[in-house]
Ligand binder design. Sequence first.
Ligand SMILES: [Zn+2]
Length: 133
Amino acid sequence: MQTGGTPIWQGACHCRRTRFTVAADIDHTRICDCSICHQRGALIFRVKEDALKLLTPLDDLALYQWGTGTAKDYFCKTCGILPFRRPRIATEAEQTAGEAIFTGWAINLRCLEDINTADLPVRTIQGSILPLA
Ligand SMILES: [Zn+2]
């Protein structure tokens, strides 16, 4: 972390084939109960598009898409860890109902060096009730 300004976090998958930095004031973690977050057990924090800086190519990661096909789950091909993902985009109906489109990244906080996730307030997300199409 740097002193002053927004902290810069170093991130990596388990085998370090994927490495990145995240500029973020991390003040909570999201725990989502949708089928994939539930199985993965990831602690998520959302950041703006330009807060994530990849130090290794995105193409090195395997891509998994399901449900609406708008979320993008990126996995290291070597160690299988998901360091970050693109969240699902709100459906047209949801957008009509006023839900904003989120265009940034969801970071797996467990992949950040020196972060103490145990002290972070938890924001529970009910992904399980979102429509799949
Ligand atoms: Zn890896």
